[in-house]
Design a protein around this ligand. Structure first.
Ligand SMILES: NC(=O)c1ccc[n+]([C@@H]2O[C@H](COP(=O)([O-])OP(=O)(O)OC[C@H]3O[C@@H](n4cnc5c(N)ncnc54)[C@H](O)[C@@H]3O)[C@@H](O)[C@H]2O)c1
Length: 310
């Protein structure tokens, strides 16, 4: 098994703990040299403990992995450039960008503050764009590179976790476009939507929001609410999927989404139209109000979220 990533250099954001650390460990065991980025922050954002990244590096080194610590907050273009530069400084190249740093500030749209949204978007979206933007010229010049971005099933729609949901779904659009931007240069960019127990993001509040949603009869996350073992896969299983997507075995995947929930691994379909109607003379309200037009299209819709609130 060893050596699948020999000679490659990977930047892993949020690699001090949880899924990111397991990604760094697995990729390192397979021969990659690793930049462990981690600010050592709280799972709701902010804070900072630079020892977290160093502790992870110490553990990796004890495992025979070449690794360096980088403690910038992965939330801006400036810091994205710093993180990628750390790979160039330490190892002379960059081959893999694993955007994994994440924070969540649970709350519905009525509770969300502007700061909640700004901070959540900064770490879960802007930071991802920042590292990719910094690595892109190197990937384009060397005609190779792999990017994996950590999204979430929350992006499908997550009652009372609105800022996080918005940020994680934005990651999907970012990834689909980056796949198109850099694909011609031999670069791939994919998305993982995990659920993992045993890491800090799987907070009691996360479970509560999902349970409360279900109680109201509102599908939590998506149509196929995962079985009770949704959080049963540990961080190391999510890491296996993320690392697999960086390997040459996954060369066919670009701009696609994968989910790993409990025992189930899946690939999401590309967006599709569910029902269509055509208006050769153009769209008017009158035309839409015709049952064979508007009602036909609306037949595919169903307001499943209009539960009673007492
Ligand atoms: N655990 C789950 O069930 C789950 C579900 C869906 C998505 N995810 C996503 O997976 C990723 C990893 O989550 P986890 O469960 O391992 O969480 P975690 O909190 O255990 O680890 C995240 C790491 O990111 C670091 N971090 C936070 N903000 C940072 C910043 N600005 N810059 C650099 N590092 C920062 C933290 O210090 C932490 O070490 C996140 O993007 C998360 O949104 C997790």
């Amino acid at each position: 098994m060893a050596g699948r990533f020999s000679g490659r250099v990977a930047v892993v954001t949020g690699a001090g703990r949880g899924i990111g650390f397991e990604i760094a460990r697995l990729m390192g065991r397979e021969g990659a040299k690793i930049v462990v980025n981690d600010l050592g922050g709280a799972s709701s954002g902010g804070g900072g403990d630079s020892s977290i990244a160093q502790q992870a590096v110490d553990q990796l080194k004890a495992d025979g992995v070449e690794a360096v610590a980088e403690t910038s907050s992965a939330d801006s273009f400036e810091n994205g450039a710093r993180i990628v530069q750390a790979a160039l400084d330490a190892f002379g190249r960059v081959d893999i960008v694993m955007n994994n740093a994440g924070i969540a500030r649970p709350g519905g749209i009525d509770e969300m503050t502007e700061e909640d949204l700004d901070l959540t978007l900064a770490v879960n979206l802007k930071g991802y764009a920042g590292t990719i933007h910094a690595a892109a010229p190197h990937f384009m010049a060397q005609r190779s590179g792999v990017i994996v971005n950590m999204s979430s099933p929350s992006g499908f729609g997550h009652r009372q976790n609105t800022a996080y949901s918005a940020a994680k779904e934005a990651v999907v659009g970012l990834s689909r476009s980056v796949a198109r931007d850099l694909g011609p240069y031999g670069v791939r960019c994919n998305v993982v939507r995990p659920m993992a127990g045993g890491s800090r993001m799987a907070t009691p509040r996360m479970y509560e929001t999902l349970a409360e949603s279900a109680k109201l009869g509102i599908p939590p996350l998506w149509n196929r609410w995962p079985s009770a073992d949704g959080f049963a896969a540990g961080p190391e299983q999510v890491a296996a999927v993320a690392v697999w997507l960086c390997s040459d075995a996954a060369a066919a995947a670009n701009g696609r989404e994968f989910f790993i929930v409990g025992q189930e691994l899946g690939i999401l379909p590309e967006p599709e139209l569910q029902r269509t109607s055509f208006a050769p003379e153009g769209w008017t309200l009158e035309r839409l109000l015709r049952p064979e037009v508007g009602a036909y299209v609306l037949g595919a819709a169903q307001n499943r979220f209009a539960g009673p609130v007492s």
